[in-house]
Design a protein around this ligand. Structure first.
Ligand code: NAD
Ligand code: SER
Length: 325
């Protein structure tokens, strides 16, 4: 692998915070440029540029300033935030992606990572063991932009030879960073409430089973996909990626094995309808066969790791601040 200079957009978010660090470990501190429309909440050891992905001129300036060779484009509005402002979700998710693809083309960048989501599926998609190629009829603006984003990435690959790669991430669970307005956010918040000794009120009802993944597996999968030889990739632009699947009462029961006094109640809101349009688990055999995908964490091992890491963070004086960011 030659020297790569990587630009990460949306780097202050749930994934970007962890992925930027992982990329710095692989490529070196000086070769990863974090960027976001907001300023970072904590000190970044490395470069950071304030960047709105809708500002194509500044995007091009940053690419040229650092001689960027790869982009991990994470800036987006997620499902719940997107339903509150669908017009802005379309603008950020589609115009932002278009600016990235065009800037890549103009500056000779050859490789882009752009994540997709389980939100590309809809109510007519088979919910169990959902195939890689299946009915894609998303019911949220977020899902519509993710589906169009998959198609756009594919188009740039075949039309311009731009190596755009992607993963249909399940809901991601992390202790290092907070989620930014999705339907699967409850599965992070539940751990923070449990470790703080508080009751948890779930905005999804019992029985709402969704695909989920621990952040370290998501980072591992992302890096493995980006490092795989292109000729091995049959669905480079959006791979199904599975790890675990659970409903709120199942994760609560797992937490209760560590914290028996933990309690949960249910008060579904508008996110229930979003969750019901998604699938329960997916067939990720293409990722397993093409580039050796194999997740490490299941619900039990993830719960052990989340609780032990959050307990360590709890001892840190910044814990309460980070919880509500
Ligand atoms: P997040 O909401 O935590 O972070 C998104 C970041 O984008 C935020 O820091 C925000 O400030 C930034 N941003 C918003 N508008 C911007 C703009 N105009 N210009 C620049 N930055 C802007 O999201 P995340 O969970 O880190 O998700 C990253 C990507 O992964 C998104 O494309 C998302 O759709 C995808 N994804 C995430 C999950 C998940 O569970 N976290 C699941 C599936 C797909
Ligand atoms: N976790 C994301 C969301 O809930 C799925 O892409 O919006």
């Amino acid at each position: 692998m030659g020297k790569e200079v990587i630009l990460v957009t949306g780097s202050n978010g749930q994934i970007g915070t962890v992925l930027s660090e992982a990329l710095r470990e692989i490529h070196g501190i000086a070769n990863v440029i974090s960027s976001d429309i907001t300023v970072p909440r904590s000190t970044i050891i490395g470069y950071f540029e304030k960047l709105d992905v809708l500002d194509a001129k500044r995007l091009n300036e940053i690419i040229q300033k650092y001689r960027v060779t790869q982009i991990y484009h994470l800036a987006a509005l997620l499902s719940a935030t997107g339903e509150k402002n669908p017009q802005l979700a379309w603008k950020v998710n589609m115009d932002g992606l278009f600016n990235i693809l065009e800037a890549a083309r103009a500056n000779g960048i050859t490789k882009i990572f752009h994540p997709s989501s389980i939100a590309v599926f809809g109510g007519n998609t088979p919910k169990q063991n959902t195939a890689q190629s299946t009915i894609l009829e998303p019911e949220t603006m977020y899902g519509i932009t993710k589906k169009a984003g998959e198609d756009l990435g594919n188009y740039y690959f075949y039309k311009y030879g731009l190596d755009v790669r992607g993963i249909r991430y399940p809901g991601l669970i992390s202790y290092q960073s907070m989620p930014g307005g999705g339907t699967t956010d409850y599965a992070v918040d539940i751990f923070h409430k449990a470790v703080a000794g508080e009751h948890f009120e779930s905005f999804l009802k019992e029985g709402t089973r969704l695909p989920m993944m621990y952040m370290s597996d998501a980072i591992k999968g992302t890096i493995e996909l980006m490092e795989a030889p292109v000729e091995k990739l049959s669905h480079h632009y959006a791979y199904n990626l599975g790890a675990m699947s659970f409903a709120p009462e199942e994760i609560a029961a797992e937490i209760q094995k560590h914290i028996p006094e933990f309690t949960i109640s249910y008060k579904p809101d508008f996110r229930q309808q979003i969750a019901e349009s998604w699938i329960e688990n997916m067939d990720d055999s293409c990722a397993r066969n093409d580039w050796g995908w194999n997740p490490k964490y299941d619900l039990t091992s993830m719960t052990d790791d989340m609780i032990s890491n959050l307990r360590k963070l709890q001892k840190n004086k910044n814990y309460d601040e980070t919880r509500f960011l």
